[in-house]
Write a protein that binds this ligand. Structure first.
Ligand code: NAP
Length: 273
């Protein structure tokens, strides 16, 4: 990659940010299309978020991804949100158009694209989403429109009730679940909690309640203990890597107006682990 006077800057705001896989995939895709862009990590302390967002304008940064812990707190600092980001209440991508900052959330679209590329169709599926935070809202926003029935489990009653109320406005094929029992009734179960990020984490659900042929999707982008246990029960398992890939591909398109070569991004992701 050659940096010159015309190079456009993109990147990611996170804290910590050292673990991010996004620079590898975006820089590979810029290079592949010979676009004069680069993608860099910005370690932004929570106390500095406001100054960092102002710096997007001041430094004429083309756009950034936003990750933990800034996805929600960045919202009041932006000029506009698109529909998904507004529903989800979290932003993962900012686009800077001559100082006007618009927030997007590409996680849900990334998730749906990851199912489509695996040939998983949803019309006939009863689906359970475990968790009621930002990632859950992102996937539910799309799932509710496609699946036969959607159930959502959340440990915090208020968050769960808010999510269910917001989703009911869109469609009414929905159940709030208070207990993770009778799991064999679902065709697909999605873990949208952070449980599994660390080896010592408890499992988000009891794998002995799963059955052969179910699809178990963990949004965490590694082979978690849940996925290993579900695989032993004969389930088809999917980790969050392809969702990460596709949310990145959609962000790339928002910044550049061009479709990236996702195979190049996929290889870069695999190579950077
Ligand atoms: P979040 O907004 O903090 O929400 C997490 C949810 O998990 C909340 O409902 C929370 O419940 C629940 N939870 C947390 N700890 C729990 C526990 N010990 N037992 C039961 N429930 C628990 O986080 P998020 O942004 O939604 O992210 C969730 C996961 O999705 C993360 O692991 C993240 O890596 C992954 N993710 C992946 C991608 C991708 O591209 N693959 C994109 C986005 C997120 P409370 O509300 O009660 O705290």
């Amino acid at each position: 990659m050659k940096i010159n006077g015309r190079t456009k800057i993109t990147g990611i705001f996170g804290y910590p940010v050292e673990h991010t896989l996004s620079p590898a995939m975006h820089n590979a895709a810029f290079e592949d299309l010979a676009l004069n862009y680069c993608y860099v990590p910005f370690s932004v302390h929570p106390d500095d978020l406001e100054s960092a967002v102002k710096a997007i304008r001041a430094l004429n940064i083309c756009g950034v991804n936003v990750t933990v812990p800034h996805k929600e707190r960045v919202i009041p600092l932006l000029d506009e949100l698109n529909e998904e980001a507004s529903f989800i209440g979290a932003v993962n991508t900012i686009v800077n158009s001559e100082g006007y900052l618009k927030g997007y959330n590409t996680d849900g679209r990334g998730f749906m694209q990851s199912l489509e590329e695996k040939g998983i169709y949803l019309d006939d599926k009863d689906v359970l989403v475990v968790g009621a935070g930002g990632a859950s809202r992102a996937v539910c926003f799309y799932l509710i429109q496609k699946v036969k029935s959607l159930s959502v489990y959340g440990r915090s009653t208020e968050k769960l009730e808010n999510l269910v109320a917001d989703l009911r406005v869109m469609r009414n094929n929905l159940t709030a679940v208070r207990e993770l029992s009778l799991l064999d009734r679902y065709h697909m179960i999605i873990n949208a909690t952070p449980l599994g990020l660390r080896e010592e984490d408890a499992l988000p659900l009891d794998p002995s309640l799963l059955k052969e042929g179910q699809i178990i999707y963990d949004l965490i982008y590694k082979e978690t203990r849940l996925l290993k246990e579900a695989f032993k029960k004969g389930a088809s398992v999917i980790d969050g890597t392809s969702m990460l890939l596709w949310q990145g591909a959609f962000a790339f398109e928002l910044w550049t107006g061009k479709r990236p070569n996702v195979d190049v991004m996929r290889q870069a992701l695999a190579g950077d682990r």
